[in-house]
Design a protein around this ligand. Structure first.
Ligand code: ZN
Length: 464
């Protein structure tokens, strides 16, 4: 240009004008053509982007649970694999990728167990883009002892169970939301806790109750966290079968405890009944005890417990004490160590099964014991100082008189709840003794009132 300008300065002729025009035309042409080409290139790029699928990068990870139940493992793998296949389909169908999004499919597990019931919680989720993950959790249950799968419907006492669980869940989720100042969408809450099995695909059993898990989006917006509510077992009485209600059995077996202050300053006497339980005689006695504000001690024979469970439980709950009188009424001093342990151990197991409480008292059959019995049983041996010989006389007046004649503060009376005459004799004696200022207590109540701490190395005929 400088040269052209220089030339034009020296020689302004027509040739220069023509040349300038030609150069301008060439430059303009190049500019226009190159711009056209550039637009074409961009258009082609755009076309490429919309027609061939983008390369989607994703990540999958599955942790399989370490459990032994084949049936559940199969069910879990079918379920998780079908969810993973769905995810892969979604990845294949993806047409746009947002930079920064990391797509994945994850499955993990958590195992929990209470008593013999194991709950396997599969945490299954995927991220396929957008604001939130999708959750597909599911929980499986089986009995570890029998290795038997427990279906959701198996938990329920009857067909109404699911409806009751649904309404309990609605209540507990609402309460949880109130406490935690969470805003709930009423419609979502109703749908997510309605009586449909899939709403409860994540329940697990804990020590005190069941835990119901609602994944994000089930009863709340997807952006919210999952919600876990605990429903105590006592709320599930009549909804879940008893075998799944940990601890409830014991609650039902609560024993009445008496306020012992009422007996302070009174003469105390412990009536004890051996060889039962017997449904008719024991029950008749139980029905009369309140008349004399009396509680007694039963030394039961282990082999009789199963047949008379209800009677024994009634006796226990009423506040009577249950002790051990061996399994088959054998003379304990004549047994091998093994048989002795069995006679005592089996009976203790039977008693605890019914009452939920360990027996601490032993009355050896025939009153026969030695150091070996004490050492092996480690139970407090309770003898007697008033022997009514009720089994021999079978005469209510004779039995009553025998008690009345020998009654004293701290005495232990031996009777058997196998005979009508024994029950009647005891009741006649109680009626009279009550007027003489006696209170009728169990062995433990007696010890507590008298401040006695029993020692299994000793034995007790009375608490004078
Ligand atoms: Zn006996």
């Amino acid at each position: 240009m400088m040269e052209n300008r220089g030339k034009s300065q020296i020689n302004k002729n027509k040739t220069f004008v023509v040349l300038l025009a030609v150069v301008t035309v060439v430059f303009l042409t190049i500019y226009v053509v190159s711009d056209f080409l550039k637009v074409g290139y961009e258009r082609k790029l755009l076309e490429e982007q919309t027609t061939s699928p983008p390369k989607v990068e994703y990540h999958t990870n599955i942790d399989w649970p370490a459990i032994e139940n084949e049936e559940i493992l199969k069910e879990i793998s079918d379920y998780v694999e079908s969810k993973r296949d769905d995810f892969l389909e979604k990845m294949k169908a993806k047409t746009t990728i947002t930079p920064g999004e990391k797509y994945d499919f994850l499955a993990k597990y958590e195992c929990k167990s209470v008593n013999d019931i194991e709950s396997v919680h599969m945490l299954v989720s995927e991220y396929i883009g957008g604001a939130n993950r999708n959750y597909y959790d599911r929980t499986y249950h089986y009995n570890k002892k029998t290795n038997k799968k427990i279906n959701f419907s198996d938990f329920f006492e009857d067909e109404e169970g699911l409806k009751k669980l649904a309404s309990l869940s609605y209540h507990y989720v609402s309460e949880f939301a109130n406490k935690n100042e969470k805003q709930l969408n009423e419609e979502k809450l109703k749908a997510g806790t309605s009586a449909a099995a899939e709403n409860f695909s994540n329940i697990s059993l804990n020590e005190e109750g069941i835990e119901v898990l609602f994944v994000p989006g089930q009863v709340t917006e997807k952006t919210e966290d999952e919600i876990k509510v605990k429903i105590p077992y006592k709320e599930l009485i009549g909804v879940f079968k008893k075998e799944y209600l940990n601890g409830v059995k014991k609650e039902e077996n609560v024993q009445q405890k008496r306020d012992l202050k009422q007996f302070e300053g009174k003469k105390l006497i412990a009536f004890t009944f051996d060889d039962g339980p017997s449904s008719s005689h024991t029950n008749r006695l139980l029905n009369e005890l309140d008349k004399y504000n009396a509680r007694v001690t039963f030394f039961v024979v282990g082999s009789r417990v199963d047949k008379n469970k209800e009677t024994l439980l009634k006796a226990y709950k009423q506040g009577n004490q249950i002790g051990n009188h061996s399994y088959s009424h054998k003379n304990l001093t004549k047994l091998s160590e093994k048989d002795l342990n069995k006679e005592i151990g089996e009976t203790n197991k039977k008693i605890e099964n019914v009452t939920g409480e360990k027996a601490t008292l032993l009355r050896p059959p025939y009153g026969s014991f030695n150091d070996k019995v004490k050492k092996l049983s480690k139970m407090n041996i309770i003898m007697w100082n008033i022997d009514t010989l009720d089994w021999k006389y079978r005469d209510k007046e004779k039995i009553a008189n025998n008690i009345l004649k020998n009654a004293s503060d701290g005495a232990i009376v031996l009777l058997h709840d196998l005979y009508d005459t024994s029950i009647d004799g005891a009741l006649i004696a109680m009626k009279k003794l009550e007027k003489e200022g006696y209170a009728f207590v169990t062995i433990d109540e007696m010890c507590e009132l008298k401040g006695v701490k029993m020692d299994f190395k000793k034995s007790y005929n009375s608490f004078k």
